[in-house]
Design a protein around this ligand. Structure first.
Ligand code: NDP
Length: 296
């Protein structure tokens, strides 16, 4: 029995951060300042706080400036929009990230729309999603861009390949499909209303699962030799005696591994790519604002 390869997203992300760090050093030498990333955290959601802390650490580690703006969950919409406006006008800030989800009383879409698209390093602004859709240079959402980097590293030219993206969210599924289309894949987008998902998935050379349902994609759905990117992060109760919870993806990896070409593990696959691409997007935004090429 052949065993498919596990794609090491952790190692790839580490290499990408090193490359970004070199670009940051070149930028700083030429511009006399470091690129800066501002992260806005509203409220005290424990998972969001951990993400923001990690982002801050990694931003500093690649040599960028990190600005954190923590605001109480009770902040009003106008006050939050004022903060965004301030960051839009701050010359030290090249990237603005508002940690989502926001508390219910705030209008997420209005907050994203208030970010200057040139500083929208999450790539969620409609200007950036529109630019991506029509093939113009854009700031692209970090997770799908990270998935594409892993796919190109694994497969090289993706032209003509049959790709199935499961999930159609604005932050993963839709931009993922646009990126694969731009690489000349034949793209199918599947979602909760898709009929006979198993046979749709079975025709794919590339499967990207971004659903949020533990091990929903069964091994037998996946065609032998396909390459699988598992975006899902699902916490499930452990089966061992200690009873701790564990993280699994959207794909039943233990079933798929015997016949795939390659698959991203969870954890250690797509997860580490997201912050690394965020840092890369911040460097790209800084270079665009300075009117210079991104150092390779
Ligand atoms: P959303 O909940 O926004 O979207 C989920 C998508 O899955 C929807 O389009 C939904 O379809 C579809 N879906 C739900 N049930 C089914 C089903 N039974 N069959 C087919 N499709 C289904 O999730 P996100 O896109 O934000 O995230 C997806 C997963 O990726 C989550 O586990 C999340 O934690 C993870 N994630 C990981 C990141 C990382 O850094 N690694 C970053 C972002 C997300 P419909 O539209 O019809 O409702």
């Amino acid at each position: 029995m052949t065993i498919g390869k596990l794609i090491d997203g952790k190692a790839f992300a580490s290499g990408l951060r090193e490359q970004v760090a070199e670009g940051v050093a070149a930028f700083a030498a030429a511009q006399g300042r470091k690129p800066g990333l501002a992260v806005v955290l509203v409220g005290e959601d424990p998972a969001s706080s951990v993400y923001v802390r990690n982002k801050g650490k990694m931003t500093l580690a690649v040599g960028m400036e990190s600005f954190e703006y923590k605001r109480p969950a009770t902040i009003g919409q106008d006050e939050l929009l004022e903060l965004i406006e301030e960051l839009n006008g701050d010359p030290r800030v090249d990237g603005i990230l508002v940690q989502l989800p926001l508390p219910k009383h705030l209008d997420e879409q209005a907050v994203i729309a208030a970010i200057n698209p040139e500083k929208d390093v999450d790539g969620f602004h409609v200007v950036n999603s529109g630019r991506l859709a029509v093939g113009l240079p854009a700031l692209v959402p970090c997770t799908p861009l990270g998935c594409l980097m892993l796919l190109k590293d694994e497969l090289g030219d993706l032209s003509g390949l049959e790709a199935v993206v499961i999930g159609r969210s604005n932050i993963v599924g839709k931009p993922m499909a646009q990126l694969l289309l731009a690489e000349n894949c034949t793209v199918t987008m599947a979602h909760s209303r898709t009929r006979d998902l198993a046979s749709v998935v079975h025709r794919a050379d590339i499967v990207v699962a971004a659903v949020g349902r533990p091990e929903m994609v069964k091994g037998e759905w996946i065609r032998p030799g396909a390459t699988v990117i598992d975006v899902g992060i699902n916490r499930v109760p452990s089966t061992d005696e200690e009873g701790k919870s564990r993280i699994v993806g959207d794909v039943a990896t233990s079933e798929a591994i015997s016949h795939v070409n390659a698959i991203t593990p969870v954890p250690g696959g797509v997860g580490p790519m997201t912050i690394a691409v965020l840092l890369r997007n911040t460097l790209v935004a800084a270079c665009a604002r300075a009117g210079i090429e991104v150092p390779e």
